[in-house]
Design a protein around this ligand. Sequence first.
Ligand code: GTP
Ligand code: MG
Ligand code: ZN
Length: 295
Amino acid sequence: MGNELLSGLLVASFGRQYLVETADGRLLPCVTHGKKGGAACGDRLKIRLTSADQGVIEAIEPRRSLFYRANEFREKLIAANVTQVVLVVAAVPTFYEELLNRCLVATEVAGVKAVIVLNKADLAEETARARETLQLYADLGYPVVQLSALGDVAPLRPYLAGETSVLVGQSGMGKTSLVNALLPDAGARTADISAKLDSGRHTTTHARLYHLDADSDLIDSPGLQEFGLGHASRGEIEHAFPEFRPFLGQCKFNDCRHAREPGCAILQAVADGRISRRRYDIFDKIFQPHRVARG
Ligand SMILES: Nc1nc2c(ncn2[C@@H]2O[C@H](COP(=O)(O)OP(=O)(O)OP(=O)(O)O)[C@@H](O)[C@H]2O)c(=O)[nH]1
Ligand SMILES: [Mg+2]
Ligand SMILES: [Zn+2]
């Protein structure tokens, strides 16, 4: 077909197969050239038609942000061009605080806003305990929005207005249920809560972008079990803990690893109660591989 390039928005990626929304609102299956991957949901693209209803990605436009995780071997892109990460947790199944913190670090490293959603508020007793755990994060300035995706999702709407948000979190926290509640026409499917059979589970396997309204988008993403921060530098991780910032650069040694060095301003702040012990312990765990590595 022609050599003309079209602009498009990547709204879903299935391995090397992509679904691209063109300016005129069509959804076009696209592939990439050869082995080149690296496109993420939310990417703005230049595509070329290879047939009437198939395209090839020719270029990825510069991104305003990239939210991703990485281990020592490879990167896993989650979403591009988001302005906000919505971290979805619930009391049931239990959410892992370290994973939440890893997501928060990646959000800070990406330079975008974070909102924590405590879903399944209808499970009142368990939710009350989880809310106590989350108070630490509310005190740090992260909004904590408590709601039930099966009830009223109105409390979340003001946070989504005008933003491109990606929902992230462990499997089963209710990300897709939130999409369904916010966008009844989304066609996103979830496990039926009334289905007693485990086979009724419907876990999300790929990211998908939905238009909430003319200037708000919402990206659903697959559940996470781990969140590698191999891409973050030592300095980025230190700064990703906002309450550490006033103390960074105050340690006796320039290359202080904040482990057990004398004159460590971070450890002193923990001892003084100005940095929470819980957050420091999580930082310590996350920072561990970066202590031995360079940079
Ligand atoms: N009680 C209760 N159950 C909920 C609520 N929201 C979601 N669920 C249930 O939690 C289960 C998981 O919901 P999903 O929306 O599929 O979770 P998810 O975060 O998208 O999971 P993955 O796609 O695997 O990452 C389903 O059985 C939902 O019905 C809620 O507010 N209250
Ligand atoms: Mg899902
Ligand atoms: Zn230190």
